[in-house]
Design a protein around this ligand. Structure first.
Ligand SMILES: Nc1nc(=O)[nH]c2c1ncn2[C@H]1C[C@H](O)[C@@H](COP(=O)(O)OP(=O)(O)O)O1
Length: 222
């Protein structure tokens, strides 16, 4: 169903226009005018990436990469990264933006290699998913990948981060992912990307375990 379609026969919403308020090198801030179901025009403040390639629906790829080695537990590869926008270190999946002409699969494999040094093999690719739709039109595809840790190319992985990227590669056992991420956040001042945390919660739930960590009503202060 398109955004302009109604639900159960009611009129829907539709995009009217976009006015750019600020145009930077990487991002733009615009005011989006849309029509609500009653026909009234409303506005929304919208962040867009300037880097999305022509004809692409997806800005980039997010790589859920599992390192597999003989006689070792499977490990999820995550990156700890300084993110200036939140003035904090984050725990994220390796990820990055698509180059022009690059498929999402190729983007995933390239970003995995740049950020972690590992050469992986794509297992699956999600549809385009949105990242923070109340803020921006930013989108990503979730690409699952396997890394053969016994392959010679993966014995001593050497990351090649881009200029301005400051990353540390971290390994979390898949069989106790949520517990280990929770433990990590208690020791290190990191903010966990919600995709990572949701993935860990879903794994926990799939084992029939409850992913509760914090007490209800608590406020996370700075
Ligand atoms: N919002 C951004 N502001 C910047 O000043 N620079 C940015 C933004 N987004 C991306 N970039 C630049 C910085 C690096 O050179 C590359 C990294 O992008 P990529 O690795 O593809 O994506 P992320 O890992 O998600 O940052 O882009």
């Amino acid at each position: 169903m398109m955004a302009s379609d109604g639900v159960n026969g009611t009129p829907g919403c539709r995009f009217i226009k976009e006015e750019t308020v600020y145009q930077g090198e990487w991002l733009s801030l615009g005011v989006t005018t849309y029509q609500d179901p009653q026909g009234q025009h409303r506005t929304w403040e919208t962040v867009r990436r300037t880097t999305r390639c022509d004809g692409y629906k997806t800005d980039g790829a997010t790589v859920v990469a599992v390192l597999k080695r003989a006689l070792h537990y499977d490990q999820l590869i995550l990156v700890q990264q300084f993110r200036p926008a939140i003035n904090a270190f984050t725990l994220e999946f390796p990820a990055g933006l698509c180059d022009a002409g690059e498929s999402v699969e190729d983007c995933a494999i390239r970003e995995l290699r740049e950020e972690t040094g590992y050469t992986g093999q794509v297992i699956s690719v999600s549809p385009t998913t949105c990242m923070d739709p109340g803020l921006s039109n930013s989108t990503t595809c979730l690409v699952t990948a396997q890394i053969d840790g016994d392959d010679i190319v993966n014995i001593r992985p050497k990351p090649h981060p881009e200029e301005g990227e400051f990353l540390k590669v971290l390994y979390f056992p898949m069989n106790e992912l949520l517990t280990r991420i929770n433990d990590f956040t208690k020791k290190e001042a990191v903010t966990v990307d919600s995709r990572v945390y949701m993935y860990a919660m879903a794994l926990q739930l799939s084992k029939g375990k409850d992913p509760v960590q914090r007490s209800p009503g608590r406020i996370d202060k700075k």
